[in-house]
Design a protein around this ligand. Structure first.
Ligand code: 3EB
Length: 331
């Protein structure tokens, strides 16, 4: 008789992500919970697995929590200012950095990424899959003084000699808390995954000089060979080649963003487009009034309302009106 294996050989361990609706006051429960991401202005609880990102929903509703579950027992704790949780082949790390103690976004990002890389090494999860970054006033400052660019420089410096072909998928979004902290959290794994680039776009780590002194350190997506596979999708916007497409036109930016998402799903070999089943997305919208047009585009693509959380946030290029990130499992 065949031995029952926890995972078929050649597969990555189970990773589940989904939105769960429960009041913020209800603590995280379940030994299989690796991470819980809440959105809003409430404080995070004492559990090191919990992060609360200071972004509000566009309609004033309470955002559902994004819950990451693994197969197996999760242990968790804190190492100074970094929270960690690990189990089932995955590691989650999170930090909240006061920029004023690091001389601004550049120093704060440098510090945060040094700490994250220390964490992945110490816990021995060498494969960085996904990183999320939320910082205040992301578009403040002109040209290379823009806070996003300063953040990006610091991130690259903090990552040191990390090779481009091993960069994680990422998100960088502006939150609206004046002088608020830099929030950084990341998912790493024991087993390697596959970076996916978008053939419609120049890889971000090869962006030309006009977008800043150093190109941003991220992959467009990461395919994890769970069964079925999981695609961790970076912040995706109306960028074609390296240029912003459809400046000032939220409807056209929405459609272009969806084309980019569909292309990532196809390129990763997960089907011909991003369909409702298996999607868990966050839609970041700069101007509240642009939310309905984006929602209409996502609806017509077959995405279900409960699979998309709409958040008010600023995008890292000031001409970008909206951005979508998340995960997709299927095929
Ligand atoms: C773009 O496509 C939009 O700096 O981590 C998207 C996702 C963007 C992640 C990052 C930036 C980042 O260039 C910007």
């Amino acid at each position: 008789m065949a031995v029952v294996q926890a995972f078929p050989s050649g597969c990555a361990p189970t990773l589940k992500v989904g939105y769960e609706t429960a009041p913020a006051s209800v603590p995280v429960s379940g030994h299989d919970v690796l991470a819980v991401i809440g959105f809003g202005s409430h404080a995070a609880g004492a559990d090191p697995r919990e992060v609360v990102v200071p972004l509000d929903t566009l309609d004033g509703s309470v955002a559902p929590r994004e819950v990451w579950r693994v197969e197996g027992e999760v242990s968790h704790g804190r190492d100074g200012d970094m929270a960690w949780s690990e189990g089932g082949g995955y590691l989650f790390l999170s930090m909240r950095v006061d920029e004023s103690r690091h001389d601004g976004p550049e120093g704060a990002a440098d510090y945060a990424y040094r700490r994250l890389l220390e964490g992945v090494r110490r816990h021995d999860y060498p494969h960085l899959l996904r990183a999320w970054n939320y910082l205040a006033a992301i578009n403040e400052g002109d040209g290379d003084a823009e806070r996003y660019r300063r953040f990006s420089i610091g991130r690259t410096r903090g990552m040191g000699a990390w090779p481009a072909e091993r960069l994680p998928a990422a998100t960088a979004i502006g939150h609206l808390v004046k002088d608020g902290d830099l929030f950084v959290y990341a998912l790493a794994a024991r087993r390697s995954a596959h970076p996916v680039e978008n053939p419609r776009q120049v890889s971000a780590y090869r962006y030309p000089r006009q977008y800043g002194p150093v190109p941003p350190s991220f992959a467009r997506a990461m395919r994890v060979d769970t069964q079925p596979p999981t695609l961790l999708i970076s912040g995706t916007a109306s960028v074609v080649g390296h240029a912003t497409a459809h400046v000032g036109d939220a409807a056209a930016q929405s459609a272009e963003t969806l084309r980019n998402l569909d292309t990532l799903v196809q390129t990763a070999g997960l089907g011909d487009r991003l369909r409702g089943r298996g999607a868990c997305l966050k839609a970041y919208v700069r101007h509240r009034e642009d939310a309905p047009v984006l929602r209409a585009v996502l609806d017509s693509a077959g995405l279900l309302p409960e699979q998309v959380v709409f958040l008010q946030g600023d995008i890292c290029r000031s001409e970008l009106l909206l951005e979508i990130d998340g995960s997709f499992s299927g095929a």
